[in-house]
Design a protein around this ligand. Structure first.
Ligand code: MRU
Length: 368
């Protein structure tokens, strides 16, 4: 998307690759909205750390970062022979896969690269790894664009949309999932309003979604996480669109940022359509039920403290919780299919339970 920064506007992807230096380039998302900075990771270990520490976050963005990290690791290999190379790739895969466990995009991205990296020599495979990572990133962009076109008609003139966390372009390579229908509706000249859930503890809604929407000139307000029920009850929300970190193709269950399930229950109570937007790389065809999804538990400090910027411009963390109290911090929850009106994909909108019936069309290879 175009970013206005220091008086100029320039198009950025969230993540890209510097081939000559074998570095992954990333927007440092922890500094937004106060500072726009690009950082590089020098090797796959540092790339995995950037995912864990949330320099880059969001399902599609960490999918592309893991894909580039795998290519980075492959290209750094200096040993002899295909067998040693394959062992090395398994090590790189494992490190990147465990960097964040809930989103399935990194696994899907890396598995497809590994299965297509079939050159006869190490050199051939190293060059295939990068070409395939670039392909994953490009596909992420086209998928998000396509799902945006499919979801755009849901947003009418004056629709009031609620979204949770950041499933915007920063969470993907470009365009976003939940935001893609919004960007498509905005491009068509429609006027609408977006409520951004603040999304404690890391506040991706208040910090990232609000920054994105402001940059693109879309009307929006940040609301406290607990305000949505009240606004729904008063008839002030017409539509909910969220993203997903892992959606089960077999059952239609959706893992997404903690608090998504609560919003889906509220939307059902108030008869408000609740949509989930995702590219095909977010579908997990393997797991058989939502309880099997690994739910990341992050440090309790994210709940006990909050990051902000002082009036003098210094970035600072302050303790907000009672000293001596501890906290629990599950980062994701799972929404069951009966609470979901539709899944917006690049190939159209499906009922959650129709994903399995349409699996061939939606990219299930049948080899799991
Ligand atoms: O912890 P994050 O910021 O990586 O989580 C991202 C989310 O859960 C978003 O809500 C999003 O919908 C999934 S990523 C597109």
């Amino acid at each position: 998307m175009r970013v206005k920064h220091q008086g100029t506007a320039k198009h950025y992807r969230t993540v890209w690759f510097d081939k000559s230096r074998n570095k992954v380039r990333l927007i440092e998302q922890r500094l937004l909205p106060h500072q726009f900075k690009i950082v590089s990771t020098v090797d796959y270990v540092e790339t995995a750390r950037a995912i864990t520490n949330m320099i880059v976050r969001g399902a599609g963005a960490i999918g592309a970062t893991a894909a580039y990290g795998l290519a980075q690791g492959a290209r750094a290999f200096q040993g002899q022979g295909i067998k040693t190379f394959e062992k090395h790739i398994t090590k790189v895969f494992n490190m990147l896969a465990k960097a964040r466990p809930t989103a399935v995009d990194p696994i899907n991205a890396m598995r497809s690269i590994i299965s297509d990296m079939n050159g006869r020599t190490v050199v051939e495979r190293q060059s295939q790894a990068l070409a395939l990572a670039e392909q994953f990133a490009d596909d992420d962009v086209t998928h998000c664009q396509a799902l945006g076109q499919n979801g755009e008609p849901l947003i009418q003139e004056n629709t009031r949309v609620l979204t949770h966390c950041n499933a915007g372009w920063l969470a993907f390579v470009d365009h976003g999932s939940a935001t893609a229908p919004m960007y498509a509706a905005h491009a068509k000249g429609k006027s609408f309003h977006v409520f951004c859930d603040e999304t404690r503890p890391r506040s991706q809604g208040a910090v990232l979604t609000a920054w994105e929407l402001k940059q693109q000139g879309i009307s929006h307000e940040i609301i406290a996480d607990n305000a949505a029920g009240h606004l729904m009850q008063r008839g002030e929300i017409d539509l909910v669109i969220v993203g997903s970190d892992r959606t089960l193709g077999r059952t239609g269950e959706v893992a997404n940022k903690i608090g998504t399930y609560t919003k889906a229950v509220l939307a059902k109570r108030h008869g408000i359509p609740f949509y989930v937007a995702l590219p095909l790389s977010t579908i997990d065809w393997e797991l058989e039920n939502g309880f099997a999804i690994p739910i990341e538990e992050r440090t309790q400090d994210e709940v006990l403290y909050a990051w902000g910027i002082t009036d003098s411009g210094r970035r600072q963390s302050v303790r907000v919780a009672n000293p001596g109290s501890s906290a629990r911090n599950p980062a994701f929850d799972v929404t069951p299919p009966e609470l979901i009106t539709g899944i917006i994909t690049p190939l159209g909108i499906f009922k959650p339970r129709q994903l399995w019936k349409n699996r061939a069309k939606l990219g299930f290879s049948g080899t799991l």
